[in-house]
Write a protein that binds this ligand. Structure first.
Ligand SMILES: O=P(O)(O)OC[C@H]1O[C@H](OP(=O)(O)OP(=O)(O)O)[C@H](O)[C@@H]1O
Ligand SMILES: Nc1nc2[nH]cnc2c(=O)[nH]1
Length: 179
């Protein structure tokens, strides 16, 4: 049973999406990916740190042969985007000719995925799509087509299920929004 509220650093957060709803959203996304990539041996590129829980639960629902690797970029300090996206851990795999699916916990301004798309396109993959658990359509600052979206949410800062507030909250099974 999820707690109704949590306090992290100086902020309180109220329950927003219980784990059961998150897992339902992930199943719907996985079913679509299973259909679209049946014979393509996709390479999932999970964006650290936030996407680790989403990547783990999504991959458990993916039924075709596939691979996963991780990239680390970072743009957030406190609760706002700095606009600068820095690559901290890169991909070792040769992605030329591969079908890539970027895995994100959240697309907010879109700064992170736009930079990632540019970095990955230079390496000549066969295709690139984005799968995100959450998207905030009101916050998007770029022309961006996100093919797989677990759920659209309003412009509230959320934590839990991999998402942090200054390092805390990633371990929560449920998602909370700032009060
Ligand atoms: O669409 P945007 O406005 O770029 O925001 C989305 C990004 O912000 C968060 O990462 P963050 O940079 O906080 O790093 P983290 O995953 O290590 O928490 C989140 O995991 C996304 O990668
Ligand atoms: N934890 C967290 N990280 C984010 N990065 C971009 N938007 C968010 C958000 O709402 N919560």
């Amino acid at each position: 049973m999820a707690s109704q509220s949590v306090t992290l650093h100086d902020k309180s957060f109220g329950i927003y999406l219980p784990e059961t709803e998150i897992l339902n959203d992930i199943k719907v996304v996985a079913d679509r990916i299973n259909e679209d990539y049946a014979s393509l041996n996709p390479l999932f590129v999970a964006v650290l740190n936030g996407s680790f829980m989403f990547a783990s639960d999504l991959l458990k629902e993916v039924s075709m042969p596939c691979e996963i690797s991780f990239m680390k970029v970072s743009s957030y300090e406190n609760t706002t985007s700095t606009g600068q996206v820095t690559e901290l851990v890169g991909l070792k795999e040769n992605v030329a000719g591969r079908h890539l699916v970027i895995l994100e916990d959240i697309v907010d301004t879109g700064n992170t995925v736009v930079k990632l798309l540019a970095m990955l396109k230079e390496r000549n993959p066969a295709s690139i799509e984005i799968a995100t658990l959450l998207q905030k359509p009101e916050c998007l600052k770029h022309e961006l087509s996100v093919k797989y979206i677990g759920r659209e949410i309003p412009n509230d800062f959320v934590v839990g299920y991999g998402l942090d507030y200054n390092g805390l909250g990633r371990n929560l099974r449920d998602i909370y929004k700032v009060l």
